[in-house]
Design a protein around this ligand. Structure first.
Ligand code: NAD
Length: 301
């Protein structure tokens, strides 16, 4: 038996840099052609949530590539009034031709349901794929906006060079924003895909036969080396804070001994998610501009 020297680390930063460089070029071309930079609205319901750090990172990344990142704060402590304010802000942004994309801070405050967002956001501007139209397009195998994290997990897998056609893939987690979109993308790419979740009886029995394991459970160290098939490609989507440190859902030390390739946390899927969100924004801006000029030609603009 050969002893593994340790899995190849799949670093997200170099891929993210490459994607951002392409986005910066596309943004410059869009801005020259349209007379304004494409704008991304980042909608928050108060600025205290922990996810604010993530959103501030997105705004900084926007500035780095020439995207006009706008923070829209729907503050308030009355749930009903805040929900109405959120719906109204989303409708205004959806109707604003200078805004190409909209993302909304999650989780929403208590008392505001996801329905408030999906009833008011234009699916053409839903660049993080939360609207049922985009979820449905993904489900049916058409092109739409896929949640950036799920897209990043698949991009990482493709860049690892591991073939997905015919491969056994196991996704750990079935959330609508990560696990399920990853599973649909894997199945579309030709992998035989199993979705495991908190009610799965014997998780290790599934992961041990998988060539590809994508973990998005929010449980630090859930998947260990003993649960992996030698040579497997492991994509760790988890982001957890343990003793002040960011760790994934995979126990990196033991998994590295068995896997063929693995994404580290931090530094794997995370940086790519951010870069792909910017890429989605540019795609939305280009499509909307093309539709506007087609309407103008037809005389109904
Ligand atoms: P979620 O809580 O909505 O879903 C977790 C899923 O994991 C559920 O389907 C649940 O059934 C499953 N699960 C939980 N415990 C399990 C167990 N012991 N065995 C098997 N399955 C189990 O979480 P989410 O929003 O999908 O996020 C998942 C993880 O990904 C979190 O750590 C989150 O922080 C991270 N995340 C990362 C990014 C990124 O850019 N890298 C983006 C979004 C979320």
């Amino acid at each position: 038996m050969t002893i593994q020297a340790g899995a190849r680390l799949l670093e997200g930063a170099p891929i993210a840099d490459e994607i951002r460089a392409g986005v910066a070029r596309d943004v410059a071309a869009f801005t020259a052609e349209n007379g304004h930079a494409p704008a991304l609205a980042v909608v928050v319901c108060g600025r205290s949530a922990p996810s604010m750090v993530y959103l501030e990172r997105i705004l900084k990344a926007c500035a780095g590539v020439g995207i006009d990142g706008r923070l829209v704060d729907v503050a308030g402590d009355d749930g009903a009034a805040q929900a109405a304010g959120l719906a109204s802000a989303l409708r205004t942004l959806s109707a604003d031709d200078t805004v190409a994309g909209i993302i909304v801070q999650m989780p929403l405050p208590k008392g505001i349901g996801i329905r408030t967002v999906i009833d008011a956001i234009d699916p053409a501007k839903d660049i993080d794929g939360i609207h049922p139209l985009n979820a449905g397009l993904l489900r049916l195998g058409f092109e739409g906006f896929v949640p950036a994290t799920a897209h990043a997990a698949l991009e990482m897998l493709q860049r690892s060079g591991a073939p997905s056609e015919g491969a056994e893939a196991v996704v750990v987690g079935r959330s609508p924003v990560v696990g399920m979109p990853v599973a649909f993308l894997l199945a579309k790419s030709g992998a035989t895909t199993t979705v495991c979740h908190s009610k799965t009886r014997d998780l290790a029995a599934h992961t041990r036969r998988a060539d590809i394991v994508v973990v998005a459970a929010g449980q630090p160290g859930l998947v260990t080396g003993a649960m992996l098939k030698p040579g497997a490609v492991v994509i760790d989507v988890g982001i957890n804070v343990v003793d002040g440190q960011i760790v994934g859902d995979v126990d990196l030390a033991s998994a590295r001994e068995v896997a063929g390739a693995i994404t580290p946390v931090p530094g794997g899927v995370g940086p790519l998610t951010n870069a792909l969100l910017l890429a989605h924004l540019v795609r939305a801006a280009q499509r909307q501009a093309a539709e506007r000029s087609a309407s103008a030609v037809l005389g109904d603009a």
